[in-house]
Ligand binder design. Structure first.
Ligand code: 4NP
Length: 173
């Protein structure tokens, strides 16, 4: 299945590259805000940031309203990225209509989102971040760094840099 194809109201497939992208993790303070920041930077480097709407959210509500975790902000800063002001929010059903591509960071996030989907079209919008990992990647999902040391946050940033680069190549053609 191509992410560039979706059914039109008339039933004929129409070609439309996804432009509204939502990254999802558990708390929306580590992985998905980092993915949002890094993907925006990749788009910026391609001169295409204005063509996309990029957001992130979490499946849980514990951290709603908070800035990203200080350890994640520090790791992002070590890699040359700056926080753009995002505050944590929880996934909502309206996100299925508001975004073309919903990208869970791990298998558990994916299961939780799919449990809320009400149609094949909604399910088709959900594509795991691992889809854009390099073929020889040692990870099968973006590991949760929350209970880890500093190095875990750097690993997540580096994994997301690879995946966001490949995602942008995929969407920009
Ligand atoms: P995230 O990391 O899902 O990448 O934002 C986590 C943040 C908070 C918690 C778990 C994971 N928590 O249990 O509060």
């Amino acid at each position: 299945m191509s992410i560039h194809t979706k059914a039109s109201p008339g039933g004929q497939p129409e070609s439309a590259a996804p432009r509204r992208i939502l990254f999802v993790c558990l708390g929306n303070i580590c992985r998905s805000p980092a993915a949002e920041i890094i993907f925006n930077a990749v788009l910026e480097a391609h001169g295409r940031r204005a063509a996309f709407e990029v957001d992130s959210c979490g499946m849980g509500a514990w951290h709603v309203g908070q800035k990203p975790d200080a350890r994640m902000l520090a790791a992002l800063q070590r890699h040359g990225y700056r926080w753009g002001g995002h505050r944590a929010r929880q996934f909502r059903r309206a996100d299925f209509a508001d975004f073309d591509l919903i990208i869970p960071q791990d298998a558990s996030n994916r299961e939780d989102i799919l449990a809320l989907a009400r149609s094949a079209e909604e399910r088709a919008r959900v594509q795991p971040m691992s889809r854009w990992f390099l073929p020889d990647c040692r990870f099968t999902e973006v590991p949760d760094p929350y209970w880890d040391g500093e190095r875990g946050f750097d690993t997540v940033v580096e994994l997301l840099e690879e995946a966001c680069t490949r995602l942008a190549e995929d969407l920009l053609g």
